[in-house]
Design a binder for this molecule. Structure first.
Ligand code: PMM
Length: 417
């Protein structure tokens, strides 16, 4: 279940030939006005592109591309508008990042230009620039000849994971990686729909997932099967005939756990996302306090760190002698935290340091004696949840020497928070 806020990337193609908005925003002033309009309509940031990736389109020299995008990026950044640069060229990405673009959006995922990963790494380090890694198999060809997959979702996911690992090895901060299945790039319409329906498989990689379905052929083909009167109505409204379908995809993508959507019609998507958010909020189970209860979907992908049998000498208990003499407590902590980025980058900074977790738990158990191990468990859970990215904590506190008048093996309580 979603309801979480999702990034809306508004498309601003400053190209004469992009497939749906080519030629509309070629002069800087018009482009900047459009960027401002996209932000007013609810965009989180504006994706500026200077070269069309439409199959069969004319390649653009890097100089020409830079001349198209840089003045627009500079003007948008000067107005405080967050920007991404849509390019497969490292030199354009570098210049854009230096001009203040917060995202490098490379539909080739760093495969087209051998310098791209190094540029993304330097920008990640110097400016905190994020790197959007798209999936494709080469410059788009008119015949869509490279769409042979045995299992498109698994293959795209594995390819993106490998590209992300390569970028991280080059020096991109794992927290700056975003992945994108590259809808329409070397994929049939049916394969694009499969990728959408299995977005959770991509999200389970631990990387934020961006979806770019806006106005793409997969939507046109689907709408083509509707009665002619439907299209006639759309024409009368003067909106692009695929925008409504795009907005519906945005809502479904949000529900499926996407981090963001790349769209031309920001206003439509903003409305669709508002509907999705209201729907999700109303359908959340609530606790007695009226607060939403944690759902399994929110808890994440199943990754866990488990620390068992942590021994702490402390003075908890209802009897005076327990308070005076103290006794042994054993703590088991199981925390839910996405471990993918840590594993991909072999990076301690992306996970919970179990030594620090143990230290924090021992400190929490040792301080201020209380009557109940329930209270101790609650305290330990709060400490565990205080570590960054921990989404759930299952804490068991055992008191093997508890004052019970009969032979027993152990007594414990478990809380899940
Ligand atoms: N598609 C296009 C261009 N840039 N960027 C990302 N991250 N994902 C996409 O799917 C994507 C993209 C092609 O569409 P356009 O010509 O309308 O910009």
């Amino acid at each position: 279940m979603s309801g979480a806020s999702i990034e809306v990337m508004g498309v601003l193609n400053v190209t004469p030939d992009s497939f749906s908005d080519g030629g509309k925003y070629v002069d800087v002033e018009t482009a900047v006005r459009r960027g401002e309009e996209l932000m007013t309509q609810g965009a989180s940031f504006v994706d500026v592109g200077g070269e069309s990736t439409r199959p069969g389109s004319e390649p653009v020299s890097e100089d020409e591309e830079a001349a198209r995008v840089l003045p627009v990026i500079r003007a948008l950044v000067a107005r405080g508008i967050p920007v991404s640069i849509d390019t497969i060229h490292a030199s354009t990405a570098e210049a854009a990042a230096n001009a203040g673009a917060g995202f490098i959006n490379d539909v080739s995922g760093g495969t087209h230009d051998p310098r791209m990963c190094d540029v993304a790494a330097a920008a990640s380090k110097a400016h905190g620039t994020k790197f959007i890694i798209g999936h494709w198999r080469g410059i788009p060809d008119l015949g869509h000849h490279r769409s042979d997959y045995t299992d498109v979702v698994t293959e795209v996911r594995d390819a993106l994971t490998a590209l992300a690992a390569q970028a991280i090895r080059a020096g991109v901060d794992p927290a700056h990686v975003v992945i994108d299945p590259g809808l329409g790039f070397d994929k049939t319409d049916a394969q694009c729909w499969q990728l959408l329906t299995r977005l959770p498989d991509l999200a389970a990689t631990g990387y934020p997932v961006l979806v770019g379905a806006s106005r793409k052929r997969m939507l046109g083909e689907m709408l083509g099967g509707l009665p002619g009167a439907v299209t006639a109505h759309i024409d009368a409204c003067e909106t692009h005939e695929r925008d409504l379908a795009t907005s519906v995809v945005s809502a479904f993508a949000a529900r499926a756990g996407a981090w963001g959507v790349r769209v031309h019609d920001v206003a439509g998507t903003t409305q669709a996302l508002a509907v999705e958010a209201a729907w999700s909020a109303a359908s959340q189970p609530t606790t007695g306090s009226g607060l939403p209860a944690a759902s399994t979907a929110e808890v994440g992908n199943g990754d866990r760190i488990t620390l068992t049998g942590l021994e702490v000498f402390a003075h908890h208990g209802v009897f005076d002698f327990e308070r005076e003499q103290g006794q042994k407590f054993l703590i088991d902590a199981e925390i839910s935290v996405n471990l993918h980025a840590a594993a991909a980058g072999d990076a301690l900074g992306q996970t919970v340091h179990y030594g620090e977790l143990a230290d924090a738990i021992v400190d929490a158990v040792k301080r201020d004696p209380v009557d109940l191990i329930e209270t101790v468990a609650e305290r330990v859970a709060a400490v565990a949840l205080g570590f960054p990215s921990v989404r759930e904590a299952r804490i068991t506190v055992s008191k093997p020497d508890a004052p019970i008048e009969h032979p027993f093996e152990n007594v414990s309580v478990t809380v899940v928070r």
